[in-house]
Design a protein around this ligand. Structure first.
Ligand SMILES: *Cc1c(COP(=O)(O)O)cnc(C)c1O
Length: 425
């Protein structure tokens, strides 16, 4: 990790050109790399030597952007993936296999909920979902002999529940497993989960990091803090020989980079959810201004939430940064500078009024997205979370009338005027 301040990391980390080299991160648009010696190519395949040979495994553009995100989070190793879904899938499957189990906070992004509740279950990995507000006793009771990880979202999408890092980290570590946190909504600008005990951080870079709705992507960052070798029987994949790499033991050969190296050399090799260097380049442009955009998203969110709170047709508003919000104490502790640009609210007329109001918006668009420069709304019960039944919706913190409002970085007066006209009869 560099000692630079966050703003400097956003702009400069990850790429440091030498004399006469391009000032801007180049897009290495090549699937492959040339070598003059067949022996050296062999050593690369054996992980005996580091170097590029095929973009499915590693690419210089992708590596530079991963290194920047790694520095911003304060980690030791990182990788990019093709999407946030791939990042969360790999983060779990890198340490869990058939017969294993994970513990998750139940307030999750709909796609992650499906992945954990259904898809990985078919692969033999079961998840127990716990209420984010559970007591320590309830949380500890969710663990099993075969539990391999604890998972949560810094700010849950769209429930906006704030994750109690210390409570979950304590339980994870007492059971000798890592805490994996999806930090998509807060971004490292507002919260750095490693400072609160998380071991692995994931991102959907599709959201604020790209910030312009230009490219889908994901990232996994390792803090290097979890001692896999101390619990070698639980994490045999990292601490015993990998026969597909001539008996390499990841923890012995790669030390603190063991987890990311294994995820790259096994999961990326076999499953192939790579980021394209083009998209990594675009993501990097987004990262360069992340520290400027995130505070504006947050400021607009608070102002819109205050406006909605004062409107007679609005039944309720959830903005974690507002005093009186359910998780306000957790916000003050973990992300006092701001939370995110997403708020949720419900109208007195319920689901029907929500749909009517959304259809009247002009500047704010109905899109399946959050966290980009343009303001947008979505009705999760009819859109992102429509596969869920009523019970699952409530467990994920999604009321049927909930409107998710992602504030962009436009002028707030124009946004409020748009909402005002949409709420008129
Ligand atoms: C969007 C999102 C994901 C999934 O990311 P994709 O890039 O769309 O695959 C995962 N977690 C959170 C919190 C998200 O908001």
């Amino acid at each position: 990790m560099s000692n630079y301040k966050m703003e400097t990391k956003c702009v400069q980390s990850g790429y440091n050109p030498g004399n006469g080299e391009p000032r801007v991160l180049p897009i290495v648009q090549s699937t492959t790399f040339r070598y003059t010696s067949s022996d050296q190519m062999g050593r690369l395949f054996d992980l005996e030597e580091s170097g590029y040979f095929y973009t499915r495994l590693q690419n210089p553009t992708n590596d530079a952007v991963a290194a920047k995100i790694c520095d911003m989070e304060g980690g030791v190793a990182a990788m990019l993936t093709s999407s946030g879904q791939a990042a969360n899938f790999y983060a779990i499957m890198n340490i869990a296999e058939e017969g294993d189990h994970i513990v998750c906070a139940s307030a999750l992004y709909g796609g992650t909920y499906n992945l954990f509740a259904h898809t990985i279950r078919k692969m033999g990995v079961k998840a127990t979902f716990v209420d984010p507000d559970c007591t320590e006793e309830e949380l500890n009771a969710a663990f099993q002999e075969n539990t391999k990880a604890v998972f949560g979202e810094t700010i849950a999408n769209p429930a906006l529940t704030v994750f109690d890092f210390e409570k979950f980290a304590k339980a994870a570590h007492a059971h000798h497993v890592p805490l994996i946190v999806d930090n998509t909504f807060a971004t490292p600008i507002n919260c750095r989960p490693f400072e609160w005990g998380a071991d692995i951080v994931t991102h959907s870079t599709t959201k604020y990091m790209d910030g312009h709705a230009a490219c889908v992507g994901g990232a996994i960052v390792d803090s290097g803090n979890f001692d896999w070798a101390a619990y070698g029987d639980k994490f045999a994949g990292l601490t015993t020989p990998d026969e597909t790499y001539h008996g390499i033991v990841y923890t012995e050969k790669f030390g603190k980079a063991a987890y990311i190296t294994k995820a790259t050399s096994q999961l990326m090799r076999d499953l192939g959810s790579i980021q394209s260097p083009q998209n990594a380049f675009l993501l990097n442009l987004g990262l360069e201004s992340l520290h400027l955009r995130v505070p504006r998203h947050c400021e607009n969110a608070v102002k819109m939430a205050q406006y909605l709170q004062g409107h007679e047709k609005v039944a309720w508003v959830n903005c974690p940064s507002l005093p009186g919000s359910k998780d306000y104490d957790l916000v003050q502790k973990y992300m006092p500078d701001g939370t995110c640009g997403v708020i949720t609210f419900g109208l007195k007329g319920g689901r029907e009024a929500a749909v009517k109001m959304m259809d009247k918006l002009k500047l704010v668009a109905i899109v399946t997205h959050v966290a980009d420069a343009r303001s947008c709304v979505l009705h999760p019960a009819s859109h992102t979370h429509r596969q869920m039944n009523e019970q699952e919706l409530l467990e994920a913190g999604v009321q049927p009338d909930l409107i998710r409002f992602s504030l962009g970085i436009e002028n707030i007066e124009d946004l409020i005027a748009d909402v005002e006209q949409a709420l008129e009869d």
